[in-house]
Design a protein around this ligand. Structure first.
Ligand code: NAD
Ligand code: ZN
Length: 363
């Protein structure tokens, strides 16, 4: 059953935009871009998994509204977020004579969104772009907020910019072809919003998780919309992460380090931050009198979503993990900083935690 699309506004003065969430909303891209008065030429950037499935619908709608889309496809996977692909995209945009009012459509998960967004942020010193996220993680997280960028061999997301999209279209139908493991990984970010900002959302997830896992339209639409609302509120208050936006990093200090030491092979991002969030909840219990009962609720919810909640590390791996945490962008003044929970729905950021405590929590 198709529901009326929901709209969430990201309020950022002249850079404000709408996130539209619903079934089949990708077919509205042409009319929505026309309403934004975007230029005629555009380029759809997608990957080898999303292009064959979803590009046609976008092209048809864009052409019907008078736009002239060019198509750029990159190989699927994290390695697509490279300066080499940025260069390839620039060359193709130039070949298709995209100009200042032209725009880019990012069709895919967070990888395509970050790459295409970075290309849009820098080509001709910045042209508009539209996010069409097709993974749960991209719909609730990476497509909203304007962080775009690519990886270097020295590390992930080391080159980037803040460049807000003009529109985000979250077509829930696209989630039906997403591999289940990718969907569950996206749930780790969904659960995160409950922990950091909204105890009611957390309780709803405890109740409705089985329906979400079955991709039932109504709860899925409501929950994706609520997550977008929370991200929009946080970003509106702190666009460039000088404060509040840091709460979105709950579970990410350990999560990012786990991804780095396993060379981005063993864990999906959502799996690594699931382990990181359970560890952060345990650290919160020892540092903040966060109730032990709520550590258990958090662990149970991640487990119920089919996500890992603990990790076995050798002594050597543990040292590598600390090495990676010290290299993280969140380190300041040599201290590893954490987002810790006071209670479900409320967190504090920039908290230093003694290394011994982190070690004993992970053992
Ligand atoms: N910019 C931000 O604020 C932000 C926030 C979080 C994560 N990220 C970035 O997002 C990236 C991860 O994003 P992701 O988890 O979406 O990964 P992804 O883009 O690699 O997508 C996961 C896999 O699913 C495939 N896929 C995507 N949509 C599909 C669909 N509908 N049907 C079938 N297959 C589909 C992709 O081709 C890929 O193989 C990372 O690079 C991370 O750094 C950015
Ligand atoms: Zn994340």
């Amino acid at each position: 059953m198709a529901l009326t699309p929901r709209t969430v506004r990201v309020a950022l003065a002249t850079r404000s935009y709408e996130i539209v969430i619903g079934n089949g909303v990708n077919r509205q891209i042409g009319e929505r871009c026309r309403a934004l008065k975007l230029g005629t030429r555009c380029a759809i950037i997608s990957d080898t998994n999303t292009a064959p499935r979803y590009e046609n619908a976008l092209q048809t709608s864009l052409r019907a509204s008078g736009f002239q889309p060019a198509i750029i496809t990159v190989a699927a996977g994290e390695t697509a977020k490279s300066l080499k692909n940025v260069q390839r995209c620039y060359d193709q945009l130039a070949a298709h004579r995209l100009e200042r009012k032209s725009f880019i459509v990012a069709l895919g998960g967070g990888v395509v969104g970050d790459l295409a967004g970075f290309v849009a942020a820098t080509y001709l010193r910045g042209i508009p772009f539209v996010q069409v996220p097709t993974t749960l993680l991209a719909q609730v997280d990476s497509s909203v907020g304007g962080k775009v960028g690519v990886n270097l061999s020295a590390g992930k997301n080391l080159v980037g910019a803040f460049h807000q999209p003009r529109l985000v279209l979250c077509d829930l139908d696209t989630l039906r072809t997403l591999p289940p493991r990718e969907f569950r990984a996206g749930l780790a970010e969904v659960i995160k919003y409950g922990i950091i900002y909204d105890a009611r959302l957390f309780a709803r997830l405890e109740r409705d998780l089985p329906r979400l896992l079955k991709l039932e339209t109504k709860p899925l639409a409501e929950i994706v919309a609520r997550c977008c609302e929370i991200k929009a509120e946080v970003v509106s208050q702190d666009e460039t992460e000088s404060g509040l936006r840091a709460i979105l990093n709950f579970g990410h200090t350990i999560g990012h380090a786990l991804e780095a030491i396993s060379r981005y092979g063993k864990y999906l991002h959502g799996e690594a931050i699931s382990i990181g969030q359970v560890a952060a909840a345990e650290l919160s219990a020892s540092q903040f009198e966060f109730p032990q009962r709520d550590v258990e609720r958090i662990t149970d919810l991640f487990r119920g979503a089919g996500l890992p909640t603990s990790v076995q590390l050798s002594k050597q791996e543990m040292e590598k993990l600390f090495g990676a945490m010290r290299l993280d962008k969140k380190v300041s003044g040599g201290e590893i900083k954490f987002v810790l929970a006071k209670k479900i729905g409320e967190v504090a950021w920039g908290r230093s935690v003694p290394e011994d405590l982190i070690r004993s929590t992970l053992c």
